[in-house]
Design a protein. Structure first.
Length: 150
């Protein structure tokens, strides 16, 4: 047996180890995003169409629909171990950070709302922490490199 064959069989692969945590998150994400989307539809009651609030909420709904689709595609690619799964997962994480930041900025600009209220700071902190942990893991992990090969 060659050295390459020995080392490749002893290297970690498959959805195990620390990769279990993002697997759980990816499996739950489409449903979590759908729940967020449902909350937005409740906000439309009593809003006059064409107002700035209505337009902004509509834009947010479009973004959440995009997140639902991206999370679903990412989940399928992840659990079928496609080579595109790590990049899709990273895009999902970064997209959420950009969305929360842009949403807070838009609320401040259009409605003079406090951009970084407690909820927004918590959401940004959690998303940035997730990016700081999982992006390097998906880029440099031997397990990830050996798992997503199809």
């Amino acid at each position: 047996m060659t050295q390459a064959a020995i080392s490749s069989s002893s290297e970690p692969s498959g959805i195990g180890g620390w990769l279990i945590l993002p697997a759980i998150g990816i499996a739950v994400a489409p449903f979590r995003f759908l729940a967020n989307l449902a909350d937005y539809f409740r906000l439309f009651d009593g809003l006059q169409p064409g107002t700035l609030v209505h337009v902004m909420l509509s834009a947010e709904v479009v973004c959440w629909v995009g997140f639902v689709v991206l999370a679903g595609v990412t989940a399928v690619q992840f659990f079928t171990r496609k080579i595109s799964a790590p990049r899709l997962y990273i895009a999902l994480l970064v997209g959420q950070v950009v969305f929360v930041f842009a949403d807070a900025l838009a609320a401040t600009f259009f409605f003079n709302a406090q951009a970084l209220n407690t909820d927004t700071r918590i959401a940004m902190g959690l998303l940035i922490a997730a990016c700081a942990i999982w992006i390097p893991y998906f880029l440099y992990s031997v397990r990830v490199r050996n798992t997503f090969v199809r």
